[in-house]
Design a protein around this ligand. Structure first.
Ligand code: SF4
Length: 89
């Protein structure tokens, strides 16, 4: 567990850039799933007009989503500090 205020962290998923490798869903199946269109979805996420997905995450969800982001071969999963917009990954 990372000791940060991850209530102030959100996932940003560049879904248009997803190549559908399924690595995120493999390492973090409680938070990521594959869609019938061949790309992954953030479970419980919200889709923006630009087709990116977003979801606020809690401390308990931070490590699993960091593992998903680190597993992504095309780096389309980001964890972002909500206050500053800074990308942690
Ligand atoms: S790991 Fe990245 S490219 Fe692979 S399915 Fe997940 S978001 Fe898409």
């Amino acid at each position: 567990m990372v000791n940060i205020d991850s209530m102030a962290i959100k996932i940003e998923h560049d879904r248009p850039g997803c190549i559908g490798c399924s690595a995120c869903a493999g390492v973090s199946p409680d938070h990521w799933e594959m869609n019938a269109d061949g790309k992954s979805d953030v479970i419980g996420g919200t889709k923006r007009d630009d087709e990116w997905e977003e979801k606020d995450i809690s401390d308990a969800d931070y490590d699993a989503n960091m593992q998903a982001a680190q597993s992504c071969p095309v780096n389309v999963i980001h964890l972002v500090k909500k206050e500053t917009g800074e990308r942690i990954i």
